[in-house]
Each structure stands twice: as C-alpha cells, then as structure tokens.
Design a protein around this ligand. Structure first.
Ligand SMILES: [Mg+2]
Length: 263
C-alpha cells in the first residue's frame, strides 16, 4: 500500500500572517478590478464526511432485517471513521460481502451527489468568519466547486446560506460544473482563466493538490493555499509555493453578523 503523503502545514504564527495578508489583499483594488477570492467547497470550506455518515446510517437502518450485522456496523458510522474512498470506508466499517458493497455504493452514489443530503455538511473551523471578513473587506467571493449544477445547485445554495457563508449579495458568485460527467481537474482548468473577468485573483483555497497547482500556474502572484483535510488518492505532489493549512482557525477574524437585508 502506498503511504499517504505528508504535507508540511505552516506553523501557527506563519498561518496567522498568511491569513492576515490575504484579508489585507481583499481590500486592495487594482487596475484589473476587484480582488477575487476563489474557494472550493468540499474538503475546503466544508467537511462533507457527515453527509456520507448520515447516508450510511440510513442504509444501515434499511438493512436491519436482511443483514443485521452489517446494519449494526453502518448505524454506528461516524465521520471520523471514514476514508476518502467509499469502498475503503465500508470495509473499515466491517462490510465485506461483494454484493453488499456494490449495493451500498449504489445507494450512496444516488444520495451523495444530490441536493437533499448537502444539509449534513459542516463548515471547517474558522471558514465562515474568514470568508465573511474577506467579503466585507471588499473581495469578490467565487465559490468554485466540482459539484454539478443540475443535481446539486439548489442544495449548494441552501447549504452555503444555512452555514452563514456570504451569499445572495453583490460580490458573490457560485460556479458549478455544467454536468456531473466532466472530470474535476479539467473543469477547474477550464474555469481558472475565465476568472480574470471577475477581477484580480488574490488567493485560492482547495483541498486537491492538482487544483492548487493549476491555480498557482494560472495566478502566480496569488496566495494559493492547500487545505489539508482529505484528497483523492494518487494526487500529484504540491508545487513549491503552495501554502498548507489544516483549516481556517488561524485567521482570527471577528465574526461579522449578517447585514440587514442580507439573505
Ligand atoms: Mg474539494
């Protein structure tokens, strides 16, 4: 088994300096337009493991009579016990039978990539106040996500809103995949150069090394930040110059309440 790569997260004081610099850059408008902050959602602003855990617990409930042992394993599922790949998670939870693994994968796929279950996602530590502070400072916020518009657009809007991220006001955009079949990296590679029409990209956050690398190539003057949560197995090494943080807790920004009239 290939060992998981180890990323060198910034020490706390350097992470604090990085976040402060980014918030500062969000108030500086250049000749290229407003400062733009590009933010991935899954694994970056949000932890989606609670979504998978909720889905597997529901499946466990439906297996109660037919497969009581596997049902009990699934009903005890918590986010902390999940691996990146569902097949690894199921085996870790004790589901070994090939037919049941296939059934569980189908069940999960039909729910994970749809609007309704996005309500289970939670914000990463410090993410909401950080994004609100950047928006308040003057940045245009671009949520750039691998989720697809037809199946996950409405749920994404609802989830961002309920978690308290800036939404539905001037200076916020959401970019989603036109359809689920497009490869994630190809989608972001296609979108990256088009963000110049929004303004000047000053920072980008993503939990996939490949996406961080392509943003560093597209915007070498921006602060590109890898959020070290979980990522696809076999990802390429991070380019030199990409910063690594665990979450947004070093941002230390005051929580800005919703303005009157804000959705
Ligand atoms: Mg992601």
């Amino acid at each position: 088994m290939t060992p998981l790569p180890v990323y060198h997260r910034l020490p706390t004081d350097q992470a604090e300096t990085l976040f402060a610099r980014i918030v500062g850059r969000c108030s500086q408008r250049s000749a290229s337009g407003p400062p733009v902050l590009v933010l991935d959602l899954d694994g970056t602003l949000m932890d989606n493991r609670p979504r998978t855990a909720a889905i597997l617990r529901d499946l466990g409930a439906s297996w109660e009579k037919a497969h009581p042992e596997d049902a009990a394993s699934l009903r005890a599922c918590t986010p902390e016990r999940l691996a990146y790949l569902l097949s690894d998670s199921l085996r870790r939870l004790g589901v070994q039978d090939p037919a049941r693994l296939a059934e569980a994968t189908e069940y999960w796929r039909h729910r994970f990539f749809t609007d309704d279950d996005l309500r289970h996602d939670v914000a990463l530590a410090g993410a909401v106040p950080f994004v609100r502070a950047c928006h308040a400072a003057g940045a245009t916020i671009v949520y750039l996500t691998d989720r697809d518009l037809p199946m996950m657009g409405v749920g994404t809007f609802a989830s961002l809103r309920s978690l308290g991220f800036p939404l539905g006001v001037a200076g916020v955009e959401i970019i989603l995949k036109p359809d689920a079949q497009m490869a994630d990296e190809a989608f972001k590679r296609m979108v990256a150069p088009t963000l110049a029409r929004v303004g000047e990209v000053v920072a980008s956050f993503d939990n996939e090394p490949a996406n961080c690398n392509l943003f560093l190539e597209a915007y070498p003057k921006a602060d590109i930040v890898f959020v070290d949560t979980q990522h696809v197995p076999g990802a390429p090494p991070l380019h030199d110059g990409v910063f690594v943080v665990a979450d947004f807790s070093a941002a230390h920004v005051p929580d800005i309440p919703r303005a009157e009239g804000e959705p």
